[in-house]
Write a protein that binds this ligand. Structure first.
Ligand code: ADP
Length: 384
């Protein structure tokens, strides 16, 4: 097998492999540098470090509008792509500063990234950096704009929702006055007046509850809450409604789970789910409430065999004032706020809510909450 050219050949092969490895390493290092910093020319002293330390978006642009440095925040907002500013609006501001030398502050509403559908709201400051460069700083105000928008929508919705019952109360009061000589009519109008007043009280109470929940991200004084107690109470509160609809209300699953939170809020959440399950089920149907705890999570599911929710509406049912069937919900006294309240309660407890549903087959709403003492709860054992 030995031959005189085997040694030089293997040496040559070794050199080739070595060169290839060096080339790959150099290319990788180059690519890495580029991705991290978008730098390819010299930035004025200290600017590099300042941009690296910036939490918000910072971009340095050279005289040809090439981005020579961008902070991770600028990359995350999609302001820079291919070593250039993505948005012509930003490039125009940079040009203006270069021409006039004046500092500019502006509010902009632009897309996130070069192909982004979502819009972002930025407060942008652009200034000269030395003789050659321009510095662009941007603060992301998208979240506060969104909250403002939500707040405006909420107020508009509330006014709309209150208008109907308030109008009805006014009309019924008028009808009462003109029917004062007819006791039968008076009784009829007075009963309807009572219903509208109850509806107004319910909407007002739910709006107050929702505002309170939205005002904070977390609970002020969480306490240890027994899930068994929460479920027993929520079922009790719905017993009369279930009986009047001839609905069998059954519960089961794991016992002895605890979570940190506010008991009254958790009761309201489970109560709302059961009330809906009854409301949107035909007479004689079954509503089940089940608990499971595993891997530090408590799951509370409320299942019905009711009308179900069309797939395209599933994402919307947690929105305030959203109803799949406006007429039906209004007739049954629904406010469109129940699920919104559930979602906020669950979120304030560090959990989430999911829904499975099929029109005609029924729905299952599942609340998931972090368990307070996963190991001790597991030790207590699971009994059905
Ligand atoms: P509402 O007071 O109208 O019941 P919710 O916020 O509780 O308001 O629910 C929003 C909408 O979601 C309801 O109007 C209804 O269309 C739908 N929905 C809620 N729960 C169920 C359910 N268990 N089965 C079918 N539809 C439901």
């Amino acid at each position: 097998m030995d031959s005189p050219w085997l040694l030089p050949l293997s040496l040559g092969f070794g050199v080739l492999v070595g060169a290839a490895i060096v080339l790959v390493v150099v290319l990788a290092a180059r690519r890495g540098r580029r991705a991290a910093a978008v730098v390819n020319s010299v930035v004025p002293d200290g600017v590099d470090q300042v941009i690296d330390a910036l939490e918000s978006a910072g971009v340095v642009v050279d005289p040809s509008n090439n981005v020579i440095k961008a902070s991770p925040g600028a990359m995350a907002l999609g302001l820079v792509w291919n070593e250039a500013l993505v948005h012509p609006e930003l490039a125009r501001l940079v040009d203006r500063v270069r021409r006039t030398g004046e500092l500019i502050t502006e509010e902009l509403n632009i897309s996130r990234g070069p192909f982004g559908d979502a819009n972002i709201y930025l407060s942008v400051r652009v200034a000269r950096l030395g003789a050659r460069y321009v510095l662009l700083l941007a603060e992301d105000h998208t979240e506060s704009y969104r909250l403002d928008e939500v707040r405006r929508d909420f107020v508009a919705n509330i006014s709309h929702e209150l208008k109907t019952p308030i109008g009805a109360v006014a009309l019924l009061a008028e009808a009462l006055v003109s029917a004062s000589d007819e006791p039968e009519q008076v009784r009829r109008f007075a009963t309807r007046l009572q219903l509208e007043a109850e509806r107004l009280a319910k909407i007002t109470q739910e709006i107050i509850e929702l505002s309170r929940l939205q005002a904070t991200d977390a609970l002020a004084k969480p306490e240890l809450v027994d899930i068994d107690g929460v479920i027993a109470n929520a079922i009790d509160q719905n017993r009369v409604a279930a009986d009047s609809h001839r609905i069998a209300l059954v519960s089961g699953g794991d016992r002895n789970s605890q979570v940190y939170g506010e008991e009254t809020l958790l009761r309201t959440a489970v109560h709302n789910l059961i009330a809906n399950a009854i409301q949107y089920s035909p007479e004689g149907a079954r509503v089940g409430v089940g608990v499971r705890h595993h891997e530090g999570i408590v799951e509370i599911s409320v299942t019905d065999q009711g009308v179900g929710i069309p797939e395209e509406e599933l994402d919307r049912v947690f929105e305030r004032f959203f109803r799949v069937d406006q007429a039906r919900s209004r007739n049954t006294g629904g406010t469109g706020l129940g699920l919104s309240i559930v979602k906020h309660v669950v979120q304030n407890h560090g959990g989430d809510i999911r829904v499975w549903s099929q029109p005609g087959r029924g729905s299952t709403f599942t609340i998931r909450l972090p368990e307070a003492n996963p190991s001790s709860a597991a030790n207590l054992g699971a009994a059905s």
